[in-house]
Design a binder for this molecule. Structure first.
Ligand SMILES: [Zn+2]
Length: 172
């Protein structure tokens, strides 16, 4: 689903990972992987009705479709683990997702001994917010890289950054 500035974020993530590969032990990416043929728990706006871009959205990221692929500016060869979320339901946080063989993100992070997480991606006011808050609440040290995020709307993105900051996420 298009977010203004999203393509530049994808390019920026690729650059970060290429230029600072040693900074990260593990790179994990998530994406929506919605069901075709249903509204995914009310996540897709009913046909003929405009989405509100708060809790209802245009049809997006249907599993196996072009729209569920990573943006072409993101070099997916740099990603170590892929998390799928939103199968039949809204899932904003990466912590609601799972690997292709059904392992939860929490379990994966535990197995990998992860302690510190940098968060990048789309969208600031939804998935970045939900993922960062879940990571912080699970006890990780969380930093949100503000150069590498983009939001759906300005006001909700500003509120999201304030919420994450107040929760103890570093805003970098
Ligand atoms: Zn979705």
């Amino acid at each position: 689903m298009a977010v203004q500035g999203g393509a530049a974020v994808a390019s920026g993530i690729t650059s970060l990972l290429r230029e600072h590969k040693s900074r990260y032990d593990i790179v994990i990416a998530s994406r929506d992987w919605h069901d075709a043929g249903n509204d995914n728990g009310g996540h897709f706006a009913p046909s003929g009705q405009a989405p509100d871009y708060v809790s209802t959205w245009p049809i997006h990221c249907v599993s196996g479709s072009k729209g569920a692929e990573y943006h072409s500016n993101l070099d997916s060869s740099l990603i170590d683990f892929h998390i799928f979320k939103g199968m039949g339901k809204p899932s904003y946080s990466i912590f609601e997702g799972e690997t292709v063989d059904g392992k939860s993100l929490s379990k994966l992070l535990e197995e990998l001994d992860v302690t510190d997480i940098d968060v990048v991606g789309l969208a600031t006011d939804y998935c970045v917010l939900a993922s960062s808050m879940d990571a912080k609440n699970a006890g990780f040290d969380v930093q949100v890289l503000t150069e590498l995020i983009a939001g759906v709307a300005d006001e909700s993105s500003e509120n999201a950054l304030a919420t994450m900051s107040a929760a103890g996420c570093k805003i970098g």
